[in-house]
Design a protein around this ligand. Structure first.
Ligand SMILES: C[S@@+](CC[C@H](N)C(=O)[O-])C[C@H]1O[C@@H](n2cnc3c(N)ncnc32)[C@H](O)[C@@H]1O
Length: 243
């Protein structure tokens, strides 16, 4: 998508929308992460509005964060406990923080917001440099198998049809570059509003090779936060990497 910058996807409007979003997996995710964090500290890459970081911190673990969007971090700051977390504004591929962590995690497919294989590998390498020897890097991401169901590598989904607004999700897939270009489009009397988001997806096996390049290896993989088995019908994976 020509002219696209990731920060465009997470401006003021979107940040307000994300403020109270719950996916329903929060309790299970926090329990899973708490176990790996031990005494901490933990670092969330792309912390956003703190959907996971805040309840994890409430369990007594120090949780730091990195995010590229000041608007998302403002929403985090406005929540109870949000001003207690150390959050660095920057690109999570750089892991731009000092020190080492017992747990580093990136959830909700956000690793794929890094738009090249090179940036994703760089992220693994920088994570490895910030992990304690017994530390874990947790990645939660989709499995791209659903792409085979697309017709002509595209889809348009009617997200809402109201008397005063229509919302569409418009997506195009490029199998050669592993890119998903998407826009959430709102049509109303107020005009047309576009929310573009671009991702570069990877299969779990490619992530495992990125980890190996970074000197890490896969320690465990599940189909979800409740440690469901990972198999050919899994639509997502929770993967744990370590030394
Ligand atoms: C879908 S939200 C997820 C937020 C949070 N992790 C959660 O689970 O609720 C994605 C977040 O990734 C951030 N983000 C996207 N690309 C980034 C990058 N290259 N570096 C840092 N943050 C990034 C966005 O600003 C946004 O806050």
């Amino acid at each position: 998508m020509k002219g696209y910058e990731p920060v465009m996807s997470f401006g003021e409007d979107v940040a307000q929308m994300y403020r109270d979003v719950q996916r329903g997996d929060e309790m299970a995710a926090v329990a899973f992460l708490e176990q790996l964090a031990g005494p901490g500290p933990a670092l969330e890459l792309a912390i956003g509005t703190g959907r996971i970081a805040l309840p994890l911190a409430a369990r007594g673990i120090r949780v730091d964060g990195v995010d590229i969007s000041p608007a998302m971090v403002d929403q985090l700051r406005a929540k109870p406990g949000g001003d207690q977390l150390s959050v660095t504004i920057g690109d999570f591929a750089d892991v731009p923080v000092p020190g080492t962590y017992r747990l580093i995690f990136v959830v909700w497919n956000t690793l794929f917001n890094l738009l090249t294989q090179e940036d994703q590998v760089r992220c693994f390498e920088n994570v490895a440099a910030h992990l304690t020897d017994d530390g874990s890097f947790v990645v939660e991401a989709l499995v791209p198998a659903f792409l085979y169901r697309l017709r002509n590598n595209q889809h348009v989904d009617a997200e809402a049809i109201e008397v005063d607004e229509v919302r569409l999700d418009v997506l195009r897939h490029d199998a050669a570059t592993q890119m998903l270009e998407e826009s959430h489009v709102s049509l109303s009397r107020a005009g047309v509003r576009l929310n573009p988001v671009v991702q570069r997806y990877a299969w779990p096996s490619e992530l495992d090779l990125m980890a190996r390049i970074a000197g890490l290896r896969l320690k465990g993989r599940w189909g979800g936060w409740d440690r469901e088995p990972f198999n050919s019908s899994s639509s997502a994976h929770v993967s744990v990497y370590g030394r």
